[in-house]
Design a protein around this ligand. Structure first.
Ligand SMILES: [Fe+2]
Ligand SMILES: [Fe+2]
Length: 232
C-alpha cells in the first residue's frame, strides 16, 4: 500500500505501485491501461462505484511478493522490453490462433442459436489483425531501438523513439476498444446455460486474453513509455 494514494491518483499509478491492483480494476471493469492517465475519481464516474470505497479496497491489498511483477519500476527499459516479449507477446502469438480456431468450432456448432457468435468472430478477427502486426512492429522496430539507445548510454536522448511510440499508443487504444466490443458482445463473457464445454472454454480464453492484454498495454503505456519519455 502507498500512503500517498488518494482518489486523485491516476489509475495506472496504482498498478505501477502494486500489481495486485490490476485484478481489482479488472473485477470492477475500470480501465487502467489505455485509461491509465485518468484519476480514480474520474474512472469511477458512470460506474456507480464510490471512489472512496474503491480506494479502501486498493489500500487493503497486500504488497506483492518480491520477485513478482511488483518491482517493474526497478528494471531498465531494455530489460522491460524483453520481459514484455517473453511474457505477453509469446502468450498472444499462441493464444490468438488457438482462440480463432476454437471460435470457428463453436460458431459452426451454435451459430444458428447464438447469432452474437457471428459478430464475435468479426470483432475477434479485427483484434487479431490489429495485434499480430503490432507485436512485430514492437519486436522488430521499437524494442530493439530502445535497447540500442540504452546500450549506447544515450540516456535521456530518446527522441528517436517518439514517432514509433505515438503509433503504438494509437494501436493500443484501438485494441482496447475492440476488447471492450468483445466484452459487450459476450455480455461480460457470460456463457449461456445451454453452452457446451467448448463455448465455456472459448469465453474463458477470451476473458484471460482481455486481462493479459490490459496488463500488457499497461506495462507499455504507463511504465515503459513513461520511463523513456523524450525530453521536450
Ligand atoms: Fe507489446
Ligand atoms: Fe504494444
Amino acid at each position: 500500500m502507498n500512503s500517498n494514494w488518494s482518489t486523485q491518483t491516476k489509475v495506472g499509478e496504482f498498478v505501477e505501485d502494486n500489481i495486485l491492483c490490476a485484478q481489482t480494476f479488472e473485477d470492477l471493469s475500470i480501465d487502467f491501461c489505455c485509461g491509465g492517465e485518468t484519476s480514480l475519481e474520474n474512472a469511477c464516474l458512470d460506474t456507480g462505484l464510490e471512489p472512496e470505497d474503491v480506494l479502501n479496497r486498493l489500500r487493503g491489498l497486500e504488497n506483492p511478493k518480491t520477485g513478482q511483477e511488483g518491482d517493474l519500476n526497478s528494471v531498465t527499459p531494455g530489460q522491460l522490453t524483453l520481459q514484455i516479449e517473453s511474457e505477453h507477446h509469446e502468450y498472444l502469438k499462441k493464444a490468438l490462433p488457438r482462440i480463432a480456431e476454437l471460435l470457428t468450432k463453436v460458431l459452426s456448432a451454435h451459430g444458428d442459436r447464438f447469432p452474437e457468435l457471428i459478430v464475435l468472430e468479426v470483432k475477434f478477427a479485427e483484434l487479431r489483425e490489429e495485434l499480430e502486426p503490432h507485436l512485430l512492429k514492437e519486436e522488430r522496430v521499437l524494442f530493439p531501438l530502445i535497447r540500442k539507445l540504452e546500450s549506447e548510454e544515450l540516456g535521456q536522448n530518446m527522441k528517436a523513439v517518439s514517432g514509433p511510440i505515438r503509433v503504438m499508443l494509437k494501436e493500443h487504444d484501438q485494441a482496447g476498444d475492440l476488447l471492450k466490443n468483445i466484452r459487450e458482445i459476450t455480455a461480460g463473457f457470460k456463457v449461456p446455460e445451454e453452452g457446451c464445454q467448448s463455448f465455456r472454454l472459448l469465453y474463458e480464453e477470451l476473458k484471460f486474453l482481455e486481462k493479459d492484454t490490459h496488463l500488457h498495454i499497461h506495462k507499455e503505456n504507463n511504465i515503459l513509455f513513461e520511463k523513456i519519455k523524450p525530453v521536450n
